[in-house]
Design a protein. Structure first.
Length: 389
């Protein structure tokens, strides 16, 4: 304790000598927190500075990429009371060089405070500028409910300049707003001689009215994005279910094929009895459980007369053979169709008549002309079968 007292100021020695060990420990614990507090504060400040620099870099990239060489951007971030940037442009009409003081904000959650807005006003009073531009790349600007708002600002010297407050981040829109501000400044300059100030007020009013359209576009874009996300999620869900169904079907088909191979040949031929013309249709009905309304149509086709006939059970096909021509009847629960592999010139007229009934009933495939067997088509199908030589 005596060694410590040697380093204590005389006016504090009496207080220190009265401290108990517990009090000294509490005092040291409190003092130990001070360096940590300073580090945290510095860390937060560095973090905020990095976010600000990212915003400045993003804005600088937008201007360099989307605006032509007639616009000159100067970085003033390191100069006090000078904003973040100064954008210059020479008007071809007045031959004057106009300058806009730009302040970039990149807040992620909290709104840009009124304090920052007032700072922009002070910076404009210090510097000789023709206009001001505050852009927030993230959050809203306090006191401004519209996405883009232009207002008149009177400098301390009595001069009037326009200022735009914008909460936008789309590069093309940012650049168009900057160009618009330059043209407002140019028009104001010309209006000093040719236009009354009330007309200039009307110009400001019309510009501010654009916000309604911009807001509508923004809301529409958000709705479209939300709809797209929902559609994508639904499509992904559908694809997942289709894939699950596909894998399940493949597995079941493999099991069915294995069972069929163990009990019968994959291709089973059922030949008709010579004296039983209708027995083939009866076999087809029993094998494939053909709908009752289709049976008369199959009888009509079989009565045409064929050199041979067979059934391919796994593929649900009925093969009809005459000379060197093989006709295929595909039998399914939903629909039954007949395929003619080759079509002669006399058969074309009948096929054209079928197309007039309904194009949905007939289609060209890689294996021939596929015609659905219905009450509307059976008559022409029988004629086509009779024309096969």
């Amino acid at each position: 304790m005596d060694a410590i007292l040697e380093h204590i100021l005389p006016q504090h020695k009496e207080w220190v000598t009265q401290l108990q060990p517990e009090g000294i420990a509490q005092l040291l614990n409190s003092v130990a927190c001070v360096p940590h507090m300073k580090v945290v504060k510095k860390h937060n400040a560095d973090h905020a500075a990095n976010i600000g620099k990212k915003g400045e870099y993003k804005f600088e990239s937008i201007v360099s990429q989307y605006m032509n060489n007639s616009y000159t951007l100067t970085n003033n971030a390191k100069k006090a009371h000078s904003g973040d940037f100064v954008l210059s442009w020479q008007s071809p009409k007045t031959n004057s060089i106009y300058k806009i003081l730009i302040d970039v904000k990149n807040y992620k959650s909290s709104s840009v405070s009124t304090k920052e807005v007032e700072k922009l006003y002070r910076d404009l009073n210090v510097n000789t500028m023709d206009g001001g531009f505050m852009i927030s790349l993230g959050s809203k600007i306090t006191g401004f409910s519209k996405i883009i708002e232009i207002k008149k600002f009177f400098l301390e010297n009595g001069r009037q300049i326009p200022i735009v407050f914008a909460n936008i981040h789309t590069p093309e829109v940012v650049c168009e707003v900057l160009k618009m501000l330059f043209h407002v400044i140019e028009t104001r300059d010309i209006s000093c001689k040719n236009i009354q100030s009330q007309n200039l007020d009307g110009l400001f009013y019309q510009i501010n009215q654009l916000n309604d359209n911009i807001q509508l576009i923004t809301e529409t874009r958000e709705i479209l994005q939300d709809s797209k996300n929902k559609i994508d999620a639904s499509l992904n869900n559908i694809m997942y279910k289709l894939m699950s169904c596909e894998y399940s079907l493949i597995n079941k088909i493999e099991k069915i094929n294995a069972t069929m191979i163990n009990h019968q040949d994959e291709l089973k031929l059922i030949e008709p009895e010579p004296n039983e013309i209708l027995s083939m249709v009866d076999n087809i009905q029993q094998t494939f459980n053909v709908p009752e309304e289709i049976i008369p149509f199959l009888h009509a086709i079989f009565k045409v007369g064929w050199d041979g006939s067979s059934i391919i059970i796994p593929k649900r096909k009925w093969i009809l053979i005459k000379n060197d021509t093989q006709i295929t009847v595909k039998i399914f629960k939903v629909a039954t169709g007949i395929i003619f592999p080759t079509v002669t010139e006399p058969m074309c007229e009948i096929i054209e008549n079928l197309k007039k009934i309904s194009k949905k009933l007939i289609r060209n495939t890689s294996v021939g002309v596929d015609i659905k067997i219905t009450g509307d088509t059976i008559g022409n199908i029988v004629k086509l079968c009779e024309m096969i030589s």
